[in-house]
Write a new protein. Structure first.
Length: 282
């Protein structure tokens, strides 16, 4: 299947990044947001990122202009009717995603591929909310999308070989390095990363060391670009807590159980960089 036009559902942090890399790769890209202010904010984020890239010499002025020419925004799902592939990057709630899929199916063609950028939800379950489970896959990007090279491609039980191959090739065409991940909570990266982050919190609670020393130890001792607490603040404590709960519900293993401190910090609104305070103050 030849992909020419890409739709992106959601113009938040992830959706805007996905739309940007798609447009930069030469695809006609239409990003949809529910309200005009959210759409303007997302498109402004893209323009700011590209302008910064030009200033730093990482993006040419021509490349910036080409990306913006390929990109358009809308608040109408109907404007995605001619898309060959639609990547959904909205709130992590199955019912909300399902409603969006149902509306999309009333306007798009039968061959259009649906993908979800979910980081934790079951792809087979999401696909079951559509009439095209064979043309549904997971396409999990990482933040910040324009910089991070990895994309996880997830096959649901009903995902066809053709859909999988088309989605994998599409990810490669964006300049990404895709890997195939199983349809299990956490896929590959979060399946390994989340227990590490949760264990860092437990170890801190048990007096292993200060937050700063644990971070420095993992950075300088293991060569990680960020220590676990810096990374938790970057990802968002609420996001980590949400993913951990989904994984624990699935596996029922202690390694995936959110520590009490994480729950309390989320309840207190200490979510990390996004709120100005997490394990560190920003």
């Amino acid at each position: 299947m030849q992909i020419k036009t890409v739709g992106v559902l959601g113009c938040g942090l992830m959706g805007a990044g996905i739309a940007q890399v798609s447009a930069a790769a030469g695809y006609k890209t239409i990003v949809r947001e529910v309200e005009e202010p959210f759409l303007k904010k997302g498109l402004a984020r893209i323009e700011k990122f590209l302008a910064g890239g030009v200033e730093k010499g990482k993006v040419t002025a021509e490349g910036k202009d080409k990306t913006l020419r390929n990109l358009s925004g809308t608040t109408k799902l109907e404007d995605l009717k001619d898309c060959d592939i639609i990547i959904e990057a909205i709130i992590e709630k199955v019912d909300e995603k399902g409603k969006s899929y149902a509306t999309l199916e009333s306007v798009v063609g039968g061959d259009t591929i649906f993908c979800s950028n979910t980081s934790s939800l079951c792809i087979t379950e999401l696909a079951s909310r559509t009439t095209r489970p064979d043309r549904f896959a997971g396409l999990h990007f990482f933040n910040p999308v324009p910089i991070m090279k990895l994309v996880e491609v997830i096959r649901g039980l009903a995902t066809s070989d053709q859909t999988y191959q088309s989605v994998f090739a599409f990810a490669q065409s964006l300049g990404k390095e895709p890997i195939t991940a199983p349809d299990k909570p956490g896929f590959i990266v979060n399946r390994l990363l989340v227990p590490y982050l949760l264990d860092a919190i437990r170890s801190y609670e048990h007096g292993l060391g200060t937050i700063e020393d644990i971070d420095k130890g993992m950075k300088l001792g293991c060569g990680y670009p960020m220590g676990p607490f810096t990374l938790l603040d970057f990802v968002g404590l609420d996001t980590t807590y949400y993913i951990a709960n989904i994984m624990f519900d699935e596996y029922r293993e202690p390694a995936y159980a959110p520590p009490p401190l994480l729950k309390r910090m989320v309840l207190a609104g200490r979510l990390g960089r996004k709120s100005g305070r997490g394990f560190y103050t920003y």
